[in-house]
Structure formats: C-alpha cells, structure tokens
Design a binder for this molecule. Sequence first.
Ligand code: SAM
Ligand code: DTB
Ligand code: SF4
Length: 332
Amino acid sequence: MVNEIRNDWTIEEIQNLYNTPLLELIYKAASIHRKYNDTAEVQVCTLLSIKTGGCSEDCSYCPQAARYNTGVNVQALMKKDEVLQHAQRAKDAGSTRFCMGAAWREVRDNRDFDRVLDMVKGVNELGMEVCCTLGMLTEDQAQKLADAGLYSYNHNLDTSSEYYGEIISTRTYDDRLKTLDNVRKAGVTVCCGGIIGLGETHEDRVKMLYTLSTQLVHPESVPINALVRVKGTPLENNPKVDIWDMVRMIATARILMPRAMVRLSAGRAEMSVAEQAFCFMAGANSIFTGEKLLTTPNPGFDEDKAMFELLGLKPRIAFKEDKVFAEEEANA
Ligand code: SAM
Ligand code: DTB
Ligand code: SF4
C-alpha cells in the first residue's frame, strides 16, 4: 500500500514539516489524508464524566483538580444504569464511540474499579467502541479493562517532556509512558495526544509530536486539544489558541501518523464552522460531540449534524478498522 508508515522521524524533519508555509502544509496533509483515509468520514464520539472533580493532581489546565476553585462540583462515581442511558442516547444521536472519564490520579483495585469494568461491559454490549480515561494503570488493571471489552484507553502526553514539569508536578512524563506501555501490552488501542495553548513553545509542540510519532506503534487515536481556559485554574488568563496553530498541529500530526484518527478535541465551542472546516481539511477525522466535554461546554448533536451536512461529511461506522482487517484477511 502507498507510502510506508514511519516510526523513525527526526526532530529536524518534524520541525521542517511544522514550519512549512501554512497553505502548503495543509495541501500536503490533505494529500496524505486522501491516500490513507476516506476524507468524507469523521468519527463522532461522545464523552461522559463518570466521576467528576476532587482530583489530587495539579494539572494546571484542569478544572477538576481539587486544589483550584473552579466551581466544579465533586461527584461520586455514577451508577451503571445512568451511564448506559447516556451511552444509548449518544448512540441514538449517531455517536459510535463512548469515552468515560474519571478525575482520578490512578486506578485503584477497589469496588469502584469493578463498577467501571461493569460499565465497560455494558457499553460494549451496545455495540459502541468503548474508551476510558481513568489516570494511571498497572498492567493487570489494563488487562482487566481489556477483558471487559475496552476498545481504547485515553492517556495524553499533553506537551513535551521538557515542558511537562511546568504544567504538572504530581507525576512524571515517564509515569505517563509507563501507563501507555501497559495499555499496549493488554492489546487495547491507544488514544494519546496533547493540548496546545499551555504556554509551550513551537519547539515543545514539535517534541511532543516526535514522541508520539516515534512510538513503535503509532497511537490509533491522537486527540489535539486547544486549551479550554477555565476560571480558577492557573492557566485561566492564557491567550486564546490561534486557529492557525491548531491547523498546523493537526496537519503535522496527520503527515507523521497517516492512519491515526486525529481528533479535533477540546476547544470547538470557541471555533466557527469555517475554522473547523480547515481542521478537517488538514486531516482531522474525529470529534467529540454532545453539549459537554467532561465539564466544559461543547457543540451539541444537532449543531454538529448541521455542520456535517454543510461540509458533506458522514459519520464513520464503529469498529471500522477491525472490519477492514477482517475483510483483508478473508480475501488473502
Ligand atoms: N484523570 C485522567 C488523566 O488525567 O489522565 C483522565 C481525565 S483528564 C480530564 C483527560 C485529559 O483531558 C487530560 O489529559 C487533558 O489532556 C485534557 N484536558 C483536561 N482539561 C483540559 C482543558 N481545560 N483544556 C483542554 N484539555 C483538557
Ligand atoms: C482528550 O484528549 N480530550 C478530552 C478527552 N481526551 C478525555 C477531554 C477534554 C476535557 C476538556 C475539559 C473539560 O471538559 O473538563
Ligand atoms: Fe486529575 Fe486528570 Fe484533571 Fe489532571 S487532568 S487534575 S489527573 S482529572
């Protein structure tokens, strides 16, 4: 098939791509996107915060860290039935992937984890791709999630290893990489990306893309978030992310990781349809829909449906990758 997927990118190569004149970069990314993917397809995913607020970590962007006064109410783990109702509603509105988030530093082997495993089973039975983002995981916990039917695990690197300490002090970059390794070993697909607008330099962004694109296996899903500036967090007064920075980041990620689902994640509530169209042109092929991300506002199902109609986009079916491989194997 077409060009080879590379895991040996150098910082210089990535820097050159990232600094390509904007329209040329978009053209390049759009061409790669067309070669590897159906550019009319965008995966529609929905997030649910199953355990909100009160987190012990100090991630300076996050409204759910207990130490910042952001007005987010602490809520205990949601009941399975309620979670499944949310998932069903998301499915009925056209979502094919359902991601459950918990404001935990790490998973603990307790009853709450058993309840999450049960939720994973339930959502899987609805025929949706199930994703979780629960903080750090051991190999054994990752395996338990896999056995329950987890399709993907979200765990972001957020920024470069050099800048990481400026944003979070309560865990290390290596902790993050270790969890990603545990997820891979359990055979669960990896969803891993970052945030722009944290005060990082262009070089930090290039370095984060370097870490992602030189993994032995690229993450299957790469969320690119624009910082949602939440009052009460240390980053509340950061400047708004420039849309062209977002486009540049998405385009570079698309060129480096041609087959990944590049997700236009947080920040869409502050973007026009025209701005989002540039992101899709540059290779984004997945979004979160529904009125809330985890705790902050996001475009709703109807609004996104109208955008898809306007731009001629269609939602991608669930488990498409698996179906394609199964067909290829059957034809071999
Ligand atoms: N506690 C788990 C963890 O940190 O891995 C899971 C939930 S955490 C909220 C998931 C991701 O959301 C973070 O890694 C970060 O990339 C993203 N995120 C959190 N707050 C954000 C914000 N204000 N703007 C953009 N992205 C944000
Ligand atoms: C990701 O990269 N972005 C999503 C998802 N993974 C879990 C989360 C965005 C959270 C934005 C802030 C909030 O709504 O609390
Ligand atoms: Fe906690 Fe995750 Fe928020 Fe960090 S990003 S404070 S770990 S919920």
